[in-house]
Write a new protein. Structure first.
Length: 240
């Protein structure tokens, strides 16, 4: 039985029902599974799309199947790392579905899932980590070394998840312009980051619209024939 979607606020308070204006990561609990909607900036405590909130939802639903539904440009690198580790450690099957974007830290979190699916029009966007630093020379050197080590670790994680070599992953994270690669669903699958491309359902109204258009087209043709005949331009049989 499906319950109403609920929210956890950044302080851990449970809200009765999520609405677009409310703060907190949105999720829906089912009898044997839970849907987590990772929509927003990773690491944003204000909206609740941070690793603590997601980790708390996972901890409260141990053993259940998890469906991670993603549309995020990314955010804080270490929140992405923490989400990856929490999802990887979950004791139930996990499925990540890229519904819009899985960029930056979100591209890391989603590949922790056992199965990664991506809608045909969605995008997978990994890149190297970024940092902002200020201070003395020693502070800047420390920040740079920390950034280098994080990138080395991330190269290994992306390589293990995709089955690619570290050398290939480096090219993906660097991208053609130094700011990462934007993969289409098919490209992400070919690179090993995605397991399945979700095709959009055919428009169930297409056939009905086509059928409905036939009488109208026929009527329009008849009117053209009548008009042409009345003004003596041609015989009705010659109008197409």
């Amino acid at each position: 039985m499906i319950t109403q979607p609920k929210c956890l606020t950044p302080t851990g308070d449970l809200l009765a029902q999520c609405r677009p204006h409310q703060m907190g990561v949105e999720y829906a609990i089912h009898e044997d599974s839970v849907d987590i909607f990772l929509h927003g900036v990773i690491g944003d405590e204000f909206t609740g799309t941070d690793s603590l909130t997601v980790g708390r939802v996972l901890a409260d639903n141990r053993g259940k199947s998890v469906n991670l539904r993603v549309n995020s440009p990314g955010g804080l690198a270490y929140d992405g790392v923490a989400m990856y580790n929490a999802i990887d450690a979950h004791d139930g099957p996990t499925t990540g579905t890229i519904e819009g974007r899985a960029g930056s830290a979100a591209s890391l979190a989603v590949i922790a899932c056992d199965t990664v699916r991506c809608y045909k029009a969605a995008r997978y966007e990994p890149h190297y980590s970024m940092i902002m630093a200020m201070g003395h020379q020693a502070d800047l050197v420390e920040a740079l070394e920390s950034l280098k080590q994080l990138d080395l670790d991330l190269e290994q994680v992306y390589a293990e998840a995709s089955g690619q070599s570290v050398a290939k992953v480096k090219l993906d994270l660097m991208g053609p312009h130094g700011d990462g690669t934007v993969f289409s669903a098919e490209e992400a699958k070919a690179a090993g980051y995605v397991d399945e491309v979700i095709e959009h359902k055919k428009n169930k109204h297409t056939a009905a619209k086509t059928d409905a258009a036939l009488p109208a087209m026929s009527l329009a043709l008849q009117r053209r024939k009548i008009a042409a005949f009345e003004i003596g331009l041609t015989k009705p049989s010659q109008v197409r």
